[in-house]
Design a protein around this ligand. Structure first.
Ligand SMILES: [Zn+2]
Length: 96
């Protein structure tokens, strides 16, 4: 009742779940945008290229994993969607 929530025991912070990613470098080995570095043009007909950026189930891999820059990730997304529309890539493949 008497407002004990605000100033209760101030040293009670022994929660183990408080550390989000204590090690900042886990598996981060210099991701660089492949399209920027290698000057690869993004083509929706290039299924082999686009296939590197979708999962087995046909989902797009986010750029925080692939390391693409925002611009190329956007172009890649457009290319994948375009490729899906012309049936070069699946919308979803639930073979698992
Ligand atoms: Zn790029």
């Amino acid at each position: 009742m008497d407002g004990a929530k605000g100033r209760g025991a101030g040293k009670r912070r022994a929660r183990p779940g408080d550390d989000k990613m204590p090690f900042r470098r886990r598996m981060q080995r210099r991701k660089v945008c492949r399209f920027c570095s290698e000057r690869i043009p993004i083509d929706y007909k290039d299924v082999r290229l686009l296939g590197n950026f979708i999962t087995e189930r046909g989902k797009l891999i986010p750029n925080r994993i692939t390391g693409n820059c925002a611009r190329h990730q956007r172009e890649l997304t457009t290319a994948v969607k375009r490729a899906r529309n012309v049936a070069l890539l699946p919308f979803s493949s639930t073979t698992v």
